[in-house]
Design a protein around this ligand. Structure first.
Ligand code: CAA
Length: 284
């Protein structure tokens, strides 16, 4: 089926980015939040990114207005009625996601596809929580969504070839590079990225180098855009800890086991950029 109208569940960091790129590509995009203040915060993030883009000369004022014109913020599931694709980007909790899917399925048409942006939960388990497991798949975006080119298109055990193709087409239509990923913990990118980040923490704990030197080593020695500790602070230590636990549960391999220092930092509330302190300090 062809997709013209998209609904995004959640207008947090990922949801707002997904809604923005969808609207920029010309899709009528509804973005849903649980309440007005969360919605205003998310819409404000989109407006700021677009305004910065205009200020940097990356986007015309007309392009900004067209994107805004394609976006509708809402707190009512009923407004998603006309959507042909729903992309869910809410809290990483299976029960909460299932509740959201039930509310979606009460209003959308029989052909509507649902995709989850989960980074670590089983897409097959989430698909099984809907009445349309063959019309369900994963669209895993990367932060910051408007700047990162990749989308992992994840096939659940039940995803039909037609659904997978439609999700690949959508990813291309919004200007992203899709790669096909199986429904295995961490898909492709986090399966490789998370052990690397955890290993950096182990190296720090063993006194291999300072935070700054390890970051500098990987940035300048390997050409990575961010060193591991800058990236950990950027992604969020709680998010990394959550994903590592899921990967460890899935594979039972020590490379996925969260190091004690990561656990202690999360317990201390040192979550990275969002809390003002992680491996670095941030002025808020
Ligand atoms: N509008 C339009 N363009 C903008 C913009 C805006 N508001 N803001 C920035 N840009 C453009 C810039 O102009 C620049 O373009 P050019 O390359 O053409 O000059 C480009 O975007 C990069 O922007 P900046 O120069 O401001 O920033 P930077 O060079 O420091 O890069 C970054 C920032 C893209 C975040 C880079 O540091 C990076 O790639 N970091 C790694 C991020 C990463 O690994 N993300 C994945 C995390 S893991 C994840 O998300 C998955 C998970 O499941 C946890």
């Amino acid at each position: 089926m062809s997709v013209n109208t998209v609904g995004v569940l959640g207008c947090g960091l990922m949801g707002s980015g997904i809604a923005q790129v969808s609207a920029s590509a010309g899709f009528k995009t509804y973005v849903l939040e649980v309440n007005d203040s969360a919605l205003q915060k998310g819409m404000g993030r989109i407006e700021k990114f677009l305004a910065d883009g205009v200020a940097k000369g990356k986007l015309s004022a007309q392009g900004r207005d067209t994107t805004i014109g394609h976006l509708v913020g809402t707190t009512r599931y009923a407004d998603l009625e006309a959507c042909e694709l729903i992309i869910e980007a809410i809290i990483e909790n299976v029960e909460e996601k299932k509740k959201a899917y039930a509310q979606v399925e009460a209003v959308v048409g029989a052909d509507c596809l649902i995709a989850t942006n989960t980074s670590s939960l089983s897409v097959t388990e989430l698909a099984a929580g809907t009445k349309r497991p063959s019309q369900f798949g994963g669209l895993h975006f990367f932060n910051p969504v408007p700047l990162m080119k990749l989308v992992e298109v994840v096939k659940a055990l039940t995803t039909s070839a037609q659904t997978h193709e439609a999700l690949v087409d959508y990813a291309r239509a919004i200007g992203k590079e899709p790669i096909a990923a199986p429904d295995r913990g961490g898909f492709i990118v986090n399966r490789l990225l998370v052990p690397y980040l955890l290993d950096a923490i182990r190296c720090l704990d063993e006194g291999l180098g300072t935070v700054e030197d390890i970051d500098k080593g990987m940035k300048l020695g390997c050409g990575y855009p961010m060193g591991p500790f800058t990236l950990l602070d950027f992604v969020g230590l709680d998010t990394t800890y959550f994903i590592a636990n899921i990967l460890f549960d899935e594979f039972r391999e020590t490379r996925f086991a969260p190091p004690p220092l990561l656990k202690r930092m999360v317990l201390a509330g040192h979550l990275g950029k969002k809390s003002g302190k992680g491996f670095y300090e941030y002025s808020r």
